[in-house]
Design a protein around this ligand. Structure first.
Ligand code: GDP
Ligand code: IMO
Ligand code: MG
Length: 428
């Protein structure tokens, strides 16, 4: 068996949580491979709307075990709150959730450092979710970090204190004022709770599962354009959000990767700062935001909205080796007479179809093709046979330009509003 990977191809919030939940019945294990509680993955079913931050989106299914991989960074306070919310809903979390011992811990001082670093950047701020992600990955690569497995060791408090001392010095350097005591009490209380949950060597566990013919789905967080190496640096997150991140974040060899499901919205959104070539600052942008309820599931910030960007999508497809595309939120474009798709950019008068190195400072303008809108409510449809012809044309346009089949079209937030298409060969 191979590991299938599901990841976002844009700037996050593509609908990963919804689709992982829909696909979970096909898998034995769902494994998150990177990111932390900067993620907010929304699921809707039976009239329930639920947002997951660290816990994989397969948790509501009885038949699947969910694994938080070594590449994830864990805030004990957040994950315990997530667990408590699930327990209240009657989810048997203990049976369905396993933690990698090698996952790194977000300390309260990582969150303070995130806030201090953002404040120091002034108008150049990243627009971070301020969950301590950057500082935690910095300590991981700087070889200072604390890992989940450490919580069971005798000298855990000592390790904690020596790292916090370093952080205090840095906070002093930033001249940042803070109250740590309450945050620490809450954190250590959550650590005690976390001790009740099973920790595993997840790389051995998952490779053994593969040998036993078990089906595994790796769940990404954020999106490819927020990747630390290939995103719009420095306006990115601090992990590898791309397919390669599933290898390092779970201990899966590259030749064990199977299908790569790439999720994208029928348009684009971005929260936080950074370049966004097709961003709309007009009534169309507002309409997308209102129709799509484009407000952050973690921070509540309005998401910036724009038309679909094919050069950026093709870039993400190439870097991830996407084998199937899943198009989300088609219903959001239902009341547009015309819909634009960016096929190229103009850079200093020249037509290009790639993302240049420093798009923040470049004069880049998108070149659009206009397609006829479908002007029909899609949310009640059950079959692709009922798709309006303009939607079929929109899908075919994207398939033609990317060379990858769109196998799923999502037409609403609920689990049931998901149309699985027949896989078709497409012309490149
Ligand atoms: P994730 O981070 O990729 O899991 O995405 P988020 O949960 O942050 O954001 C996606 C939002 O769109 C959530 O509020 C979902 O409930 C919602 N959503 C997902 N798919 C669809 C869809 O096809 N149509 C509409 N209207 N909403 C959707
Ligand atoms: P999901 O998994 C959308 C963005 C932040 C900011 C930048 C860095 O729900 O798709 P960080 O907190 O990592 O330091 O923020 O990345 N960002 C996300 N945007 N969806 C996410 O996750 C995001 N996680 C981080 O807004 O611009
Ligand atoms: Mg999200």
């Amino acid at each position: 068996m191979k590991v299938d990977v599901l990841l976002g191809l844009q700037w996050g919030d593509e609908g990963k949580g919804k689709i992982v939940d829909v696909l979970t019945p096909r898998y034995n294990y769902i494994a998150r491979f990177q990111g932390g509680p900067n993620a907010g993955h929304t699921l809707e079913f039976n009239g329930i709307k639920h947002v997951l931050r660290t816990i994989p989106s397969g948790i509501f299914h009885e038949g699947a075990v969910n694994i938080i991989g070594n590449g994830v960074v864990i805030d004990p306070v957040v994950v315990i709150a997530e667990i408590e919310a699930l327990l209240k809903m009657g989810v048997e979390v203990k049976k369905r959730l396993l933690f990698s011992k090698k996952a790194h811990l977000i300390l309260p001082t990582h969150r303070l450092l995130d806030a201090a670093s953002e404040a120091a950047k002034g108008s150049n701020k990243i627009g971070s979710t301020l969950k301590g992600i950057g500082p935690t990955y910095m300590d991981k690569t700087g070889r200072n970090g604390l890992r989940l497995g450490d919580i069971h060791t005798a000298d855990f408090r000592q390790k904690y204190s020596s790292l916090v001392e370093k952080h205090k010095q840095l906070l002093g350097f930033y001249n940042f004022s803070y109250q740590l005591e309450e945050m620490e009490q809450e954190w250590f209380k959550a650590i005690e709770e976390l001790k009740k949950y099973e920790q595993i060597e997840s790389e051995h566990f998952l490779n053994q599962a593969l040998s036993n013919n078990q089906a595994i789905l790796a769940e990404g967080a954020q999106g490819s354009l927020l990747d630390i190496d290939f995103g719009s640096y420095p306006f990115v997150t601090s992990s590898n959000t791309i397919c390669a991140g599933a290898c390092t974040g779970l201990g899966i060899a590259p030749n064990k990767i199977g299908n790569v499901y790439g999720i994208f919205k029928a348009y684009c959104t971005r929260v936080g700062s950074g370049p966004f070539p097709t961003e709309l600052h007009d009534a169309d942008g507002d309409k997308i935001r209102n129709n799509g309820r484009e407000f952050g599931s973690v921070t509540g910030r309005p998401r910036r909205c724009g038309w679909l960007d094919l050069p950026a999508l093709k870039y993400a497809i190439a870097i991830n080796g996407v084998t199937e595309l899943l198009m989300m939120k088609a219903d959001v474009l239902s009341d547009f007479d015309t819909i634009k798709i960016c096929t190229h950019y103009l850079l200093e008068g020249k037509k290009i179809d790639y993302l240049p190195y420093d798009i923040q400072n470049e004069q880049l303008s998108p070149v659009y093709e206009e397609l006829k809108g479908w002007n029909k409510d899609l949310t009640q449809l059950n079959n692709e046979r009922d798709f309006p012809v303009e939607l079929i044309q929109y899908i075919a346009f994207v398939e033609k330009h990317t060379g990858v089949p769109i196998t799923v079209v999502s037409i609403g937030p609920d689990r049931t509003q998901t149309i699985i298409r027949n896989k078709k060969a497409v012309a490149v």
